[in-house]
Design a protein around this ligand. Structure first.
Ligand code: PLP
Length: 399
């Protein structure tokens, strides 16, 4: 059976070039990067080359890159490394759980949190961040691109708001890195998170950009690795893989690969929107109480999040998987019940529509033929599920 993978926001396959770059570091180059002999020097040099490549992707200095075990650790290091009990922290309602649950834990530790809302497009208002500032605000943490909708936040404006107030700004760029160009100085952030496995490097490696002069309390105590910002023997093969993936991503931007990706996503989106009672979350007209807004928000080129009224998203994911297409919902299963995505709910979607939503996320390995495969498969699958749907049959769904 043909299998097509359109769930690249969950994880991406390691690219062959990345795997080849990593291979020697599982075998002949096995040294501990802290050892002073030949074997250690060899791996140390590889780690430092990878640091340069990541710095090049982010527009920062190599010394400002801290390697970690992934996005979750980088987010946690940024948040817990800065905020102390009594501090105030501003975040948003649409963050990934690595930030949201970290923020909840900060509250338990005695920090004050403000969760700024989003509008119907899933955008944070920089003025909302400004209004939330207090005299004890220590940190603003707002993501760069949302993992469910792909909507890109106005991080440059938020960076300015934070800088004017002399407050540290962290942005979770896990879903932005490799998809849109990033320049930490343009963003004006002090901390920025990336994760290897979202940009075709392996799972279990990531990085945190830490602007020079930003004082971070480490989370792990041990050796003086990563300039005492992250103790623990470096994951050399993973770091080499992240470095190679960063290099490939930078080369891809120079070639304009993201325009091809956007063209494939747009073709898929256009065809799926011709199905009755569908719409793109973030672009669809919404009756969010936060008021009027105009214009489409910017999005990363690989993601679209579409609702198919009258069906359960989970049922569609399973039905498509049985036919060879892997996609996902943003829904979470808690205590046996399927909870609608907190992101879509925060955007003002009613819960049935949020539960009827599916995320399609493309990757560098996907082809135009695979897009055509999905275009052939989704409409008939949606139609079949709607035939079985009591709400659809009763006409209870607005059409
Ligand atoms: C926006 C965002 N932040 C953080 C993470 C966590 O990254 P990791 O899986 O590397 O821990 C993810 C992963 O889905 C994500 O999408």
């Amino acid at each position: 059976m043909q299998r097509v993978y359109f769930d690249n926001n969950a994880t991406t396959p390691v690219l062959p070039e990345v795997f080849e770059a990593m291979r020697p570091y599982f075998g002949e180059h096995f040294g501990n990067a802290s050892s002073i002999h030949h074997h250690g020097q060899e791996t140390r040099a590889a780690v430092e080359r990878a640091r340069e490549s990541v710095a090049d992707l982010l527009g920062c200095r190599a010394s400002e890159v801290v390697f970690t075990s992934g996005g979750t650790e980088s987010d946690n290091l940024a948040i817990f490394g800065l905020a102390q009990p009594g501090d105030h922290v501003i975040t948003s309602t649409i963050e990934h759980h690595a930030v949201l649950n970290g923020s909840k834990h900060l509250e338990e530790k005695g920090c004050e949190l403000t969760y700024v809302p989003v509008d119907g497009r899933g955008l944070v208002d920089p003025d909302g961040v400004k209004r939330a500032l207090r005299s004890n605000t220590k940190l603003v943490t707002i993501m760069m691109a949302n993992n469910e909708t792909g909507v890109v936040q106005p991080v440059e404006e938020i960076g300015k708001v934070a800088a004017e107030a002399d407050v540290n700004f962290h942005t979770d760029a896990v879903q932005a890195a490799g998809k849109i160009p990033i320049d930490v100085n343009q963003v004006g952030c002090d901390l920025l998170t990336i994760s290897g496995h979202k940009l075709h490097a392996p799972q279990g490696v990531g990085a945190l950009y830490v602007r020079k002069g930003t004082r971070l309390e480490p989370m792990l105590y041990g050796g003086r690795h990563e300039r005492s910002r992250r103790a623990g023997t470096e994951n050399v093969p993973g770091i080499v893989g992240l470095g190679k993936a960063a290099e490939l991503a930078s080369a891809g931007f120079r070639r304009g690969d993201n325009a091809n990706m956007a063209a494939m996503r747009d073709r898929l989106e256009r065809e799926l929107l011709s199905i009755e009672s569908t719409g793109v979350n973030g672009l669809a007209v919404s009756s969010h109480p936060s008021g009027a807004w105009v214009g489409h928000p910017p999005r990363v080129p690989n993601t679209t999040n579409i609702y198919f009224d009258g069906i359960e998203g989970e049922a569609l994911v399973i039905a498509l998987d049985l036919k060879g297409l892997a996609v996902s919902t943003g829904a979470a299963c808690s205590s046996g019940a399927i909870e609608p995505s907190h992101v879509l709910v925060a955007m003002g979607l009613r819960s049935e529509r949020a539960r009827a939503s599916i995320r399609f996320s493309l990757g560098k390995q996907n082809s135009v033929e695979e897009v055509e495969f999905a275009i052939g498969l989704v409409p008939e699958t949606v139609a079949r599920l709607r035939e079985l749907s009591p709400v659809w049959a009763k006409g209870a769904v607005s059409r």
